[in-house]
Design a protein around this ligand. Sequence first.
Ligand SMILES: *[C@@H]1O[C@H](CO)[C@@H](O)[C@H](O)[C@H]1NC(C)=O
Ligand SMILES: *[C@@H]1O[C@H](CO)[C@@H](O)[C@H](O)[C@H]1NC(C)=O
Ligand SMILES: *[C@@H]1O[C@H](CO)[C@@H](O)[C@H](O)[C@H]1NC(C)=O
Ligand SMILES: *[C@@H]1O[C@H](CO)[C@@H](O)[C@H](O)[C@H]1NC(C)=O
Ligand SMILES: *[C@@H]1O[C@H](CO)[C@@H](O)[C@H](O)[C@H]1NC(C)=O
Ligand SMILES: *[C@@H]1O[C@H](CO)[C@@H](O)[C@H](O)[C@H]1NC(C)=O
Ligand SMILES: *[C@@H]1O[C@H](CO)[C@@H](O)[C@H](O)[C@H]1NC(C)=O
Ligand SMILES: *[C@@H]1O[C@H](CO)[C@@H](O)[C@H](O)[C@H]1NC(C)=O
Ligand SMILES: *[C@@H]1O[C@H](CO)[C@@H](O)[C@H](O)[C@H]1NC(C)=O
Ligand SMILES: *[C@@H]1O[C@H](CO)[C@@H](O)[C@H](O)[C@H]1NC(C)=O
Length: 880
Amino acid sequence: MGTSFVAHVFFLLWFFATTFSFFFKAESSVTCNEKDKQALLNFKQGLSDPYGVLSSWSDQEDCSRWDGVVYDNKTGRVTELSVYWVGGEISGSLLQLEHLNYLDFLESDFNGTAIPTFLGSMASLTYLDLGNSNFSGRIPHQLGNLSNLRYLDLSGNDYLYADNFHWMSNLSSIQYLDLSRTKHQSEVGWFQIMSTFPSLSTLIVSDCELVNLNSSLGFGNFTSLQYLDLSDNLFSHEIPLSIFNSPKLESLDLNSNKLIGKIPESLGQLKQLTYLYLTHNSLSGPIPSSIGNLSYLKDLDLSDNQLNGTIPKTLGLLSNLENLSIRNNFLTGTVDEEHFSKLSKLETLGISHTHLFFNVKSNWVPPFQLKSITMSSCKIGPNFPTWLQTQRYVLELGLSKSEIADKAPSWFWNWTSNIMFINLSDNQIEGDVSEIVLYSRVINLRSNHFKGQMPQLSTNVAWLNIANNSISGPISSFMCQKMNRKNILMVLDVSNNLLTGAIPHCLKYWQSLTHLNLGSNDISGRIPYSMGSLVALQSLHVQHNRISGDIPSSLKKCSNLRLIDIGENPLSGAIPPWIGEMTNLTILRLRSNGFKGQIPLQICQLSSLIVLDLANNSLSGHIPNCLKNIDAMTISSPGFEAQYTSDHLSGMFLDSSIYFENLMLVPKGVELEYEENLRFVKMIDLSSNNLSGSIPSEISVLSELCFLNLSQNQLIGKIPEKIGIMKKLESIDLSQNHLSGEIPSSLSSLTFLSHLNLSYNNLSGKIPLGTQLQTFDALSYIGNTQLCGYPLPRNCTIGEESQNRTSIGKIEEDSDNSNFYIGMGVGFAVGFWAVCGVLFFNRTWRHAYFRFFDDMKDWVYVTTVLNVNWLLEKLRSCHL
Ligand SMILES: *[C@@H]1O[C@H](CO)[C@@H](O)[C@H](O)[C@H]1NC(C)=O
Ligand SMILES: *[C@@H]1O[C@H](CO)[C@@H](O)[C@H](O)[C@H]1NC(C)=O
Ligand SMILES: *[C@@H]1O[C@H](CO)[C@@H](O)[C@H](O)[C@H]1NC(C)=O
Ligand SMILES: *[C@@H]1O[C@H](CO)[C@@H](O)[C@H](O)[C@H]1NC(C)=O
Ligand SMILES: *[C@@H]1O[C@H](CO)[C@@H](O)[C@H](O)[C@H]1NC(C)=O
Ligand SMILES: *[C@@H]1O[C@H](CO)[C@@H](O)[C@H](O)[C@H]1NC(C)=O
Ligand SMILES: *[C@@H]1O[C@H](CO)[C@@H](O)[C@H](O)[C@H]1NC(C)=O
Ligand SMILES: *[C@@H]1O[C@H](CO)[C@@H](O)[C@H](O)[C@H]1NC(C)=O
Ligand SMILES: *[C@@H]1O[C@H](CO)[C@@H](O)[C@H](O)[C@H]1NC(C)=O
Ligand SMILES: *[C@@H]1O[C@H](CO)[C@@H](O)[C@H](O)[C@H]1NC(C)=O
């Protein structure tokens, strides 16, 4: 008590002493120059100051006490000015501050006005920071007059541009230049100009729309450059060799361009290089062996390129290397102990999605202690990598698809207790997990050979994916286990195991769940009322079990549900009308149950619905004609985002912190597994029910629908005339109904149609001619005794033959027929780019795409191959 009181008093004394000395210091020195003070007051007049940062600038106070003003205490002249969060107009009165050498407008908003040209006359300026201040327009050439300028930052003014850089050539003192996010698309000779600045040490021209680094004129060499950031531009040529003549370069960032060719051997000349980022380009060839000369190198990131060839052993010489990432390349060959021989400082090892064979001895003791190990889709097995046991500080472990076919060693689970992210999926790792306790935040053990009962969870675990193993025992003993009651689990995927028993009532302990997949087990009983306590749930899969009874009304409390998959169970009862209140519902799959009664009209209120799969039930009544109200099927909108990355897990742990929803669908007569390709699916499958009445003509409003299956019902009447408006349709199955009348000619304008089944109806007349409808084989049409014309063997009578097309189905689409062949090409191109464009140009997606390339069981096949084949077929038929 006593000592703390004394300490307090001393603190106060010290505080007053320092504060007063500050005041007195100012008092005792020369006051601020009156002319400068008036200039500053004028300058303040022009500014808007929404945050009051200039409130200390008052006529009554000496300007030496004003915030952001620094003056020379000998001459009284203002030398430095930094004002922040202001706006308005920058007054020319600043010109009177003849001694100003430092000017900084931190994070201001000048509302898209131009940079005032008079700044170019402030000859004493050595430091000028106009970054992130919402200037736009052309960068005034007058700035080139500032021959004393050492620091210039114009970055982050997105609408600022330069027509050329010649005006810059007088900035002979420049040391630091940051132009990021300003636009310089038309500039060509800029790199050459920059290379003439003798003192330039930092050059940042990231995200400037620059297209070319090369110059036919050759370069001067950067003699002082230490830091060069050219990331996020549009360079699509080879890395210019001249860069490697910059003897002082410490950091080189060329990431996210379109650079091609090899990484030159002359890289080894950059002896000082500490940071090298060449990520996200199209570089090919091997990693140059001269890389071993870069003895200062700390960060080496070559990921997301097309590098092939082997990894040089010289890599093992980089004794300062901390972060190594060569992910997503086509590298081949073996990596062994020698590649790491001197890498004692290595913390990050990212070699996933290469074709490398990581072949080290089982008793290897690596020189490093890693924090992040990501080696997914590399060959590591068949033996379990025992060297891992030497690593004591690991936070992330990614060993997915690494061909390990071995028992998890006894030390392993204990060893993982400090790891945050673990991904061991898609191996053949064995072991009984009944007794283990999991501690990691994200654990992916999907598709292995784990057995025994479910493991226990510490209160740390947020994601557990143990799908596709041989886990057995009652699901209740896991969910009601005392230790697990305090769980914070968000994602639980136990699908495709051997779990038994009923879903227990203790679901109230699992309220943080957002994604629950219990599918493909041997779970029986009813869906418990307590399911309604999972209010955070976004997706619920219990498909392919033996769950009976009806859908409990408590489920409507789970109003965040976006996906419900309860297909393939013996569930019964009616589809509850309250389902229409689950406004976020996007995927509803009730396939292959015993549901009876009518399809509730409330289903039409689900404006986000993109998959409605009610096939193979005992539903009766009419197809609701309100389906046209389902916006997601009528308006072009993003599909279902199957990739789930929790916000707080995102970023660096990409290898393990992505969870994919998956779903079995029957888009074209064959069951397929959908994952990320769910975003391209919009389907209605009502097949194999007892639906009666006619197909509502309003269905043609669903212009975004890709797959429509109404087969095996009791439908009568005609195929809607305007079906041709549903331009996105890839598959139509209306088979095994009682449909009559002619096939509407508009069907022929469906340019994406690659699967058609109209068999076993009472259709009549001639199959419309001149379109891809003839590329389907006769099986698409058989069982309609009145139908004639190719591809059916039955020729139409003369009378039918002479009928012209417009008289069969008169609809507005016919006016498009002259444009049909062009339209087909455009249609295909649009469809193709909707798919592939997204894939190749969206970076995160491309990431995921490459990572999960092998998982793409269907989409690539169905959408690309089929469409391409179909297109070729089409072109051939056009030429006939
Ligand atoms: C003037 O400034 C210099 C450095 O900024 C400082 O060392 C000196 O003490 C100051 N003189 C007075 C009288 O405050
Ligand atoms: C910002 O500029 C817009 C026109 O570009 C103008 O309408 C608006 O009044 C300006 N706002 C301020 C605060 O000056
Ligand atoms: C920048 O200026 C534009 C006017 O040109 C204005 O619309 C915008 O709100 C300003 N602020 C930012 C942060 O872009
Ligand atoms: C400043 O630059 C402009 C254009 O670059 C030029 O016309 C002008 O003469 C220069 N002024 C001074 C004082 O150098
Ligand atoms: C640049 O450096 C290289 C090698 O150091 C030298 O051969 C070349 O002449 C230099 N170019 C210029 C323009 O100085
Ligand atoms: C690497 O790729 C290039 C271009 O695709 C090819 O010419 C070369 O043969 C490949 N090298 C190896 C080692 O596979
Ligand atoms: C796991 O670690 C705990 C202490 O952290 C220790 O008590 C236990 O014996 C270890 N188990 C095994 C199998 O190593
Ligand atoms: C639907 O989802 C949005 C976020 O996408 C959420 O804000 C909203 O609360 C959800 N609606 C319901 C009824 O839960
Ligand atoms: C159908 O007509 C074509 C020519 O119009 C003829 O070659 C063919 O033999 C006919 N087939 C039958 C089964 O009548
Ligand atoms: C096709 O139909 C139009 C309008 O119904 C008619 O004028 C024309 O004569 C018909 N052509 C043939 C070849 O029957």
